[in-house]
Design a protein around this ligand. Structure first.
Ligand code: FMN
Length: 394
């Protein structure tokens, strides 16, 4: 019920917006069947309420109708689309409101997903990525809309005094959200998407983050930008509110394809099946079980071991580790690390190191051995070189 109310509130906001941000002619023109929209064209588009009753609306439909109402070019041919939801023989903002409500209703009633894709997108690039993500993961979705929508002038970043620039220059600004989601309690994993504005997340993302409790959530940021990376926004997000587990995010260019998004999603530890796969290390007749780290290299290692187990000779080094060359290089995301006993690290991109004591250096984490202590590991490894066989344990 609350969700319905917030949707209705969002619709009212949309109506107010339509008449307050320069679109008045378009919207009222449509309502009055202004000659700027050919009547024949409009009637070719309309459909009976029976047709719309059977149709399952998608976010793409919302985008289509929104663009149509704003007289923007639409991504799809809209001929015959069932967008006359209130059966008054025309398409207008009331149909858009009803469509959004139906979409949300379907999401809430039909889905048992524990994943939610949340995004803010002003010019549609992030929305496109989010849409791919939703299709690929069957996650629920929620679009952050500003209570005072961003007009074209508001985001004209060449103008120092435009609204977006002023907001980005002040870390304390929290633009109000038009349609706050009631609760995110039923979700474990939250994808959070946004455009990069001046190297960072738009302030409305901060409003969103500060409005809910993420302390037991997995949060995965993603963004689109002209060229800037995601790192600064990831850091801001991590520092703003407590987050249970913030996974490494991903920046996409506006031109990213569904395959690009798919490739990324497949590398994420999203479902139990993937996260429960363990690394089995056989050494001196004993088996050690390790959890994979949340790094690209660890996922690549798991992927490689799916084909066949490998045997690696590890040499004693420094009184704290055994290190040896892997048959291939893995992606380095090195960070200065104080290792712990039982950590498994990637060294220089193509060597694996198992620590039985600690050391400080720049490594990429591959995993951590779960079922042994430092003393047991030391005893098992002995003082010389060892040979280990790596495989997967489902
Ligand atoms: C106010 C503003 C600031 C921007 N700042 C950056 C930036 O610092 N770096 C960058 O690469 N792109 C920047 N962009 C470009 C957007 O990140 C890019 O167009 C993005 O894909 C827009 O996403 P959206 O369509 O979902 O709104 C900026 C755009 C705006 C409107």
């Amino acid at each position: 019920m609350m969700k319905l109310l917030s949707t209705v509130a969002a619709c009212i906001t949309l109506l107010l917006t339509a008449s307050s941000c320069g679109n008045q002619n378009t919207i009222s023109g449509l309502t009055e069947k202004d000659s700027s929209i050919p009547v024949t064209n409009l009637s070719a588009n309309v459909q009976s309420s029976e047709e719309s009753a059977e149709y399952e609306y998608t976010i793409q439909d919302v985008r289509n109708l929104r663009d149509f109402l704003l007289t923007r070019p639409t991504e799809e041919d809209l001929t015959g689309k069932p967008y006359d939801l209130n059966d008054d023989n025309r398409w207008d903002v009331f149909d858009l409101c009803l469509m959004k409500r139906e979409l949300l209703y379907n999401m809430n009633t039909e889905s048992d997903s524990n994943m939610l894709v949340i995004y803010f997108s002003r010019t549609g690039n992030t929305e496109k990525i989010a849409q791919y993500l939703i299709e690929l993961t069957s996650a629920d979705s929620y679009v952050i809309e500003a209570a005072v929508p961003y007009t074209d002038a508001d985001i004209k970043y060449q103008d120092d005094t435009c609204r977006a620039n002023k907001e980005q220059n002040d870390k304390t600004v929290r633009p109000e959200i038009a349609n706050p989601i009631d609760s995110i309690d039923s979700y474990d994993t939250i994808f959070l998407g946004y455009p990069i504005w001046w190297g960072q997340e738009p302030r409305i993302i901060d409003t969103f983050l500060e409005s809910y409790d993420f302390s037991d959530k997995t949060v995965i940021p993603f963004c689109t930008s002209g060229s800037s990376g995601i790192a600064a926004s990831e850091k801001n997000i991590a520092e703003l509110v407590p987050i249970g587990n913030q996974l490494e995010g991903r920046r996409f260019p506006a031109s990213a394809t569904k395959d690009d998004v798919k490739e990324w999603v497949e590398m994420l530890p999203l479902n139990n099946e993937q996260s429960e796969v363990k690394l089995l290390i056989s050494v001196n007749g004993q088996e050690l079980t390790a959890s994979f780290a949340d790094s690209t290299a660890a996922k690549e290692l798991a992927e490689k071991l799916k084909t066949e187990p490998i045997t690696v000779t590890l040499n004693e080094y420094g009184g704290f580790e055994k290190v040896g060359k892997l048959p291939w290089s893995l992606t380095r995301t090195d960070a200065s690390t104080e290792t712990e006993p039982c950590d498994i690290m990637l060294y220089q991109g193509n060597q694996m190191t198992i620590f039985y004591d600690s050391n400080s250096w720049s490594y990429t984490k591959l995993g951590h051995i779960d079922n042994t202590t430092q003393e047991e590991l030391k005893a098992l490894f002995g003082e010389g070189d060892i040979t280990v066989t790596l495989s997967l344990k489902e």
